[in-house]
Design a protein around this ligand. Sequence first.
Ligand SMILES: [Zn+2]
Length: 199
Amino acid sequence: MRKLLFAMSLLIAGNSMAQELPKNYAQLLEKVEPELIQWRRHFHQNPELSNREYNTGKYIADFLKTLPGVEVRYPVAKTGVVAVLKGGKPGAVVALRADIDALPVYERNSLPFASKVTADYDGKKVPVMHACGHDSHTSILMATAKVLHAMQKDLPGTVVFLFQPAEEGAPGNEEGGAPLMIKEGALDNPKVEIGLPLK
Ligand SMILES: [Zn+2]
């Protein structure tokens, strides 16, 4: 939490957002909430292991492409997504990041959106579950993109949305995760000046 507050103060210092919030900000948040819940349940019910987030990445990219003017790069680092939103006012380039992969864990509950997914992992069939909250991270970042897009003309600076695969570790000797995102230019064009990990 302290880390998040620190990062948010950087974000505000970098882009003077606190003074720039549009009047309908609270309404925008309220409006996106049902979608956020729906996305989170969708991801929870359809978890995918590290470097195998094929449907997750596509789902995120397809959504981001519905926001006019947002530049979407997909796939990055195998299944990841990078999106760039240019605000209407000058300011820093800020990156917001979420991780998108799930774990080889069995879900022990009877929620209607509980995971029943299995996948191959290390030559074995394993259950798959979002047991680390990446379903929430991803949905929150999608909702953030939607809200910031709606206030684009008041937005100082540029926001780069990073949806990163394989945070739990790429299998075997595969490349993946943050190093591969960086290698494939996720922090370039535009060059990211301030980062906010959503974790
Ligand atoms: Zn995790």
